[in-house]
Design a protein around this ligand. Structure first.
Ligand code: PHE
Length: 343
């Protein structure tokens, strides 16, 4: 037994020395395995007990057990300490200052043009209109000729045009879509067509690109009264329940008769103010009964069917409704302007 004593002392000294070096969690785990694990140094000492004479075994066993107890205790104390230290270090590392102001996300807002389109679509969808999205590049035929506006027609001067070469042009009016719809669909037709249109105009109330909303209804027995009734409904929903409409005679090649539609001024109630320029009325759209020639061009029998059409400028409606005085504001995307329309 005497010759095993140095082993016991040696292991003890080695463990003590190792723990003084402040090992990490991983190093501790490895060391614990080395000394206390299955087949580790201390259990191996125990195995050597059988080499001793029987009377020495109890004393030796007691010493090795004490060593094991001591080592277990030291290891677990060291483990506790190093875990606490690591936890503390992690707290330091991950410390957050809850008093710092939060990062706020900027809230977007719908563009006034989008608000108007959405509103118009919902008003007209409620009356049973379907949405038709036409094309922005058109041929001369769809934008003008089929709409009863041949090449030499003076009405072409009303709509300066971006020509693209060949027969192509940027549509000057969503009315071009009317022809596509009537060519492809038999009455009853009831469509609403929002979209961009182009004309080389540029000032406070005109932009080379702007948006229109076209409406077209074709069926048996459609009259101007149907148009007027529908417009009354539209004006009340969009501009306010007290608003009235009136029709003034006008001219468009593709409608006959043609009308200009005014709404009573929703700002002053018709008394006369800056918005209505003292007249009590505000012009909002052009409309009329679909010209027989247009129905014929599209293969619809004008003796069987009649229809009405209307077209309005979205930006104009937005400017009127929201009191915007320069059209440029609608195209600049300035957030200081746009955020005023946040719902
Ligand atoms: N397209 C016409 C314009 O742009 C408006 C309109 C549409 C008039 C439909 C009558 C019928 O001025």
């Amino acid at each position: 037994m005497e010759e095993m004593k140095p082993d016991i002392a040696g292991i003890k000294a080695a463990v003590a020395l190792l723990l003084e070096t402040e090992p990490s969690v991983e190093e501790l785990r490895a060391a614990k395995l080395k000394y206390l694990g299955k087949g580790g140094e201390i259990p191996s000492l125990m195995k050597r007990m059988k080499d001793l004479p029987a009377d020495e075994r109890p004393a030796f066993g007691k010493e090795v057990n004490e060593l094991r107890g001591w080592a277990e205790e030291r290891f677990s104390a060291a483990e506790k300490k190093v875990k606490a230290a690591e936890m503390q270090a992690r707290y330091e590392r991950e410390r957050i200052d809850v008093t710092l102001p939060g990062k706020t996300r900027k809230k977007g807002a719908y563009h006034p043009g989008t608000l108007i389109v959405d509103e118009l679509v919902s008003v007209f969808a409620g009356m049973g209109f379907e949405i038709y999205e036409g094309r922005e590049i058109e041929t001369d035929y769809y934008n003008f000729t089929a709409l009863n506006t041949p090449k030499d027609h003076p009405a072409r001067d009303m709509q300066d045009t971006f020509y693209l070469g060949g027969d192509f042009l940027l549509r000057t009016q969503t009315s071009a879509g009317q022809v596509h719809v009537m060519e492809n669909k038999k009455p009853p037709i009831k469509i609403l067509s929002p979209g961009k249109v182009y004309r080389p105009d540029d000032d406070a109330t005109h932009s080379p690109m702007f948006s229109q909303m076209e409406g077209l209804v074709v069926d048996k027995g459609i009259t101007l009264c149907d148009l007027k009734g529908m417009l009354d409904e539209f004006a009340k929903k969009v501009f306010g329940s007290g608003v009235k409409t009136r029709l003034r005679p006008s001219f468009f090649p593709f409608t006959e008769p043609s009308v200009e539609v005014d709404v009573s001024c929703f700002e002053c109630g018709g008394k006369g103010c800056k918005l209505c320029k003292g007249t009590g009325w505000i012009e909002v759209l052009g409309a009329g009964m679909v010209n027989r020639a247009v129905l014929e061009n599209c293969g619809i029998d004008p003796d069987e069917y009649t229809g009405f059409a209307f077209g309005m400028g979205i930006e104009r409606i937005a400017m009127l409704k929201y009191g915007i005085n320069n059209m440029k504001l609608l195209f600049e995307g300035d957030v200081r302007f746009l955020k005023q329309f946040r719902a």
